[in-house]
Structures are given as C-alpha cells and as structure tokens.
Design a protein around this ligand. Structure first.
Ligand SMILES: [Fe+2]
Length: 392
C-alpha cells in the first residue's frame, strides 16, 4: 500500500499558520513492517514534518527497535546509555525508566501498577510530574505544568539521538487539565491528561528578532559533565524551560568521574539534513556556558549583541539569555499537545523539536508506553558559513 498523509489534529489553542509543515499522520502502512523504500520515504517525511503519528499500530519491542535504528543504522545503544550504578544513581532520569530485558534499547515508561510485561516483573510506575522537580507547584487537581522541555539526549559522552519513537500501550482516559505557565504572563494551555507536548525548534528560531537570530547562529552551548546528576538537586522554572539559578547544582567534585573530552559543546542551531532549515536545539537545564563567536567579516555592528563574541560562564546570565530566546516558542499557540490513544505510535525528530511530559496521574491510573531512541553515530551539524552570514 502507498503511504498517505493527513494533518495532525491541532487543538483550538494552536495557531494553524505555524503548523503548516509540522506533523503528519501517516496512513496506509504498518510501521512495524516497512519496506526499505517505505522506510526511506518515512525518513524524508520525518525530517520534513518533525513528528509522525501512526494510529492503531501493532509493534513489538523488536520492531520498534528496528524502526528506530533504521534512521541511524550505525547506532546501537539506548540514547542515555543503560548505566545506573554508583554516583550515576543520583541522576534525575532514573525513576522514569524500566528496560525491556530482551531489547534493552526499548524502555517501559508510564504510571501505575503494571502487570508482568515483556519479561519485566510487575512494578509501580510513576509518571514524572512537575511536583517533584519545580521550585513551586500547583496543587489543584485540574491544573498542571510542563515537566521539562528537552531533547532526548545524554548530553555527555553520547550523541543526541536522531529520532525518538513513543508507543502508547495503555492510555488512561480522564478529564483535561489546565497547564499553567505561572510566569506572570497568564499563559495557560488546555491539555489532554498525560499529553506529550511538542514545539518546533525551527519555529523557535524563525520567530526570533534579528538581533537574537544573530546570536543564535553564532553561539554554542557547553553542557555540564553528567548534566542529569549535576542538575539533580536544582529546581525547574515554572514553565519547565530550564532551571532556577539558586546555586543548587552539584559541584564538579561531587559528580561521577568525568573527562573533558566527553563534555558536549553543541551549536545552538542544528541544520536539518533534509530541508536545510535551522532548528534551535538547546536543552536548557543542562547548559553551563555559552560561547558566542564574533560577527563575521562584513556584518553590520549596528544593534548587534556581542559583536566581538563572548564566553558567558555566569549561570544566571547564560540561562536568562537562553530563556529569552526559547520562551517565545512555547507560547500556548505554538505547542502541539498530543492527545494519546492506545496503539498510537509517534516518531519525532529529536534534533528538530523540543518536547515535555505534562500532567499528573493518580497512583492507580495505568499508563504504559514503550520508548526507544539511540545514541547517534554522528554529531548534529550547526549552521553553515552562509547561514551565519545570512543571519548575523
Ligand atoms: Fe523525552
């Protein structure tokens, strides 16, 4: 059968004009048994549209791993690695993950008391919630917050996965919740219970004013060593977009053993390998420093920020500049909150979008998802010299 495409079901809150290229439902094919020609077509579509939805998919963990690997055949290990020992046990990621023994690249995530499943013993899963991570939280049962806007990536030693696949096996139904930004703007978003929220990194770049676009194409971020351990004692902003600067991060001496070579420094904007577009791809929680190149020869200095370049090391200053650049793109009208149905499979371009867990479940509400992403075999590519010239 031929691949057919339909738009994603946008909520009334979304500005449809900003989602013309973003997201497609793929129909007419079974994602577990795609031919190599179909896989190539899906690969192109993913980079063009950043998120693909298959409804009513039947997908074993083996098939999900194979599908995920098809986007980067030389990749092999789970995107965060599977090391949960020693000082790594402090990482804030660990409570979220249960590994399928047969296919260790696929993780069971969710909420509630799971039955024995794919070789895993029954376990009580806990949906990540802003109530454990934010400086302040909402208490009313009909309100929630974004948990953490992020890229799926270890941000240390391993390269950011190209694609993440998320497969909904059990999806509890319940009333919508109001996702509050609580940052003084009054922004809020109506969300289905337990939604995964997505924003486009391309839009995040496109809507910046020229002075910040210039910074974005000239800047690199340096992540902390073992960033999820480093940030563990810290608190998230009310919007889930980064961390409050309270000096709570672990000192470098308290971290698991680390080496300078394994630290990741990435361009702020990543070039889409199919469209050539620039996507603003920064995981704000893990960033320690910002390195900004001077303006290229011939660029106008008028109104330019950091015309001679800069190396920002003050965490508060680094975070404030990133927040200024990223916050506009999580405005309610720019968020796609996916309304999960059982057997939905979502593939997202992990190097082209940011996403966040949202919502709170009661302890007995059963949610079971399979998640797979693979540490990539190469590093993201930043803007070309022409891109820098065009935007600087
Ligand atoms: Fe994620």
């Amino acid at each position: 059968m031929a691949i057919e495409l339909a738009p994603l079901p946008l909520p009334p809150s979304a500005d449809a004009s900003k989602f013309v290229d973003f997201g497609r439902e793929v129909k007419g094919v079974n994602p577990g048994t795609l031919s190599s020609e179909q896989l190539e077509e899906i690969r192109q579509l993913l980079y063009k549209h950043d998120a693909l939805l298959f409804r009513n998919a039947d997908l074993s963990p083996e098939q999900q791993y194979a599908l995920t690997k098809a986007f980067d055949p030389a990749s092999e290990s789970y995107g965060h690695g599977n090391n949960k020992t020693g000082k790594q046990a402090k990482s804030i990621l660990h409570p979220d993950l249960k590994t399928i023994p047969r296919v260790p690249q696929v993780q069971l995530i969710g909420n509630g008391p799971t039955p024995a499943h794919e070789g895993l013993s029954p376990v009580q899963l806990k949906h990540p919630s802003h109530t454990t991570f934010h400086k302040t939280h909402t208490t009313s049962p009909d309100t929630t917050r974004f948990y953490r806007w992020h890229i799926d990536a270890a941000l240390y030693a391993l390269s950011p996965p190209k694609v993440t696949t998320l497969y909904g096996i059990r999806v509890p139904q319940g009333p919508h919740q109001r996702c509050l930004y609580d940052d003084g703007t009054g922004d809020e978003l109506d969300v289905p219970l337990g939604t995964t929220a997505f924003v486009s990194g391309k839009t995040m770049f496109d809507i910046l004013p020229p002075d910040l676009k210039s910074v974005a194409v000239r800047a690199k971020v340096r992540y902390a060593p073992h960033p999820y351990v480093w940030m563990a004692p810290a608190h998230a902003m009310s919007t889930g977009l980064g961390i409050e600067s309270e000096g709570l991060e672990l000192s470098l001496e308290e971290l698991p053993e680390w080496s300078e070579e394994a630290i990741k420094t990435y361009p702020v904007t990543w070039k889409n390998p199919v469209t050539g577009n620039l996507h603003f791809q920064v995981h704000p929680c893990g960033v320690q420093e910002l390195l900004i190149e001077p303006l290229p020869a011939g660029a106008s200095r008028e109104g330019a920020l950091y015309p001679d370049g800069a190396h920002l090391k003050d965490l508060k200053e680094v975070r404030e500049l990133l927040y200024k650049m990223q916050r506009p793109a999580i405005a309610p009208k720019l968020v796609y909150p996916h309304d999960w149905k059982e057997k939905d499979l979502v593939l997202f371009h992990n190097r082209g979008v940011l996403h966040s867990v949202v919502g709170q479940f009661a302890p007995d509400q059963l949610r079971m998802f399979h998640q797979c992403n693979l540490a990539a075999s190469d590093e993201p590519v930043g803007p070309t010299a022409e891109d820098v010239k065009a935007y600087a």
